[in-house]
Design a protein around this ligand. Structure first.
Ligand code: NAI
Ligand code: 15L
Length: 268
């Protein structure tokens, strides 16, 4: 049967806030979780991924989990390990213990951020491209994808790892024209990832049907994802505002753009 009750972690964050609005139209009832209170949702579970007991209770009885919670940018290594490595392990253990059969894991383009972006006429980056993390953050997403594989192979917990490009209401840079995942397409992709049969562990690229696309979306389409949006309608404005990234700069060279040169925010 199609999953109907979801645990949405990271519900107070940017993508979580958008998905809270959009997923119910696809037929889901949502249970929300975040480390901080979720505005306008007094019933949301306020719990850190460090709290194994709270996680176990939160996953009990749901059909599937959409896991967005975690550190979403480069940060102190130990903080990233706590949320995105140890916390992820806690979530998977909770799912295994409670018999939740499917997780959609928010991976990131930064798991492969040092991959050169395709130049004009070159094919899009395939989903089988080797991990080339551009940050400790990206490294944690590589770990997450491998953890998902382990839980499928050993425990039969299915995952779709969605390497999200840039999921925001609108693209805000020229680079994002090539990686934008519109909120509506994000909800469509999550729905496909939640309902496709027999996914085992599947990695997909998450973006819209962008004219300037860098990703190969075929594994996402194979799940039934049909993107409808295209960042091209923002292209003229963004290029007029920012210009094209100069040759040789991170946004011109690498999939991960500026993350390839961002210093971690070391402990204050
Ligand atoms: P965000 O930073 O806005 O939201 C993350 C949420 O997770 C926050 O509400 C935060 O309170 C919560 N959180 C952090 N650590 C936690 C912990 N230890 N326990 C419980 N909750 C915790 O990030 P955003 O943009 O909404 O991204 C959601 C997910 O998608 C993240 O995993 C991010 O890495 C991933 N992603 C997002 C992209 C985007 O374009 N927005 C691109 C690629 C990946
Ligand atoms: C990410 O992984 C981040 O979570 C998000 O905030 C954006 O920076 C996005 O990648 C991106 O590459 O645009």
């Amino acid at each position: 049967p199609a999953p109907r009750t979801l645990l949405l972690t990271g519900a107070a964050g940017g993508v979580g806030t958008l998905m809270r609005e959009l997923l119910p139209a696809h037929g889901y009832a949502l249970r929300l979780l975040d480390a901080v209170p979720v505005p306008g949702a007094p019933d949301a579970v306020v719990a850190d991924l460090a709290d194994r007991a709270a996680l176990r209770e939160a996953v009990r009885g749901v059909d599937a989990i959409v896991h967005l919670a975690g550190i979403s940018l480069e940060a102190d290594f130990d903080a990233i390990v706590a949320a995105n490595v140890t916390g992820l392990h806690h979530l998977y253990e909770a799912a295994r213990e409670e018999g939740v059969g499917r997780i959609v894991f928010a991976s990131s383009n930064h798991a492969v951020g040092f991959t050169p972006r395709p130049r004009d006429g070159e094919p899009p980056v395939p989903v089988t491209t080797p991990h080339r993390p551009d940050t400790f953050y990206g490294l944690s997403k590589c770990f997450g994808e491998d953890l998902a594989q382990l839980y499928w192979d050993r425990h039969g917990v299915e995952t779709v790892s969605v390497r999200i490009g840039s999921c925001f209401p609108e693209p805000t840079s020229v680079r994002m024209l090539s990686l934008w995942l519109s909120p509506a397409d994000c909800a469509r992709l999550l729905h496909a990832a939640l309902t496709a049969p027999d996914v085992g562990h599947t990695v997909v690229h998450g973006s819209s049907a962008n004219t300037r696309e860098w990703w190969d979306l075929s594994s996402a389409r194979a799940l039934g994802y049909e993107p409808r949006d295209d960042s091209e309608r923002y292209a003229e404005k963004l290029i007029a505002e920012h210009g094209l990234p100069p040759a040789g700069t991170p946004d011109d060279v690498y999939l991960g753009g500026g993350f390839t040169t961002t210093a971690p925010r070391w402990r204050a």
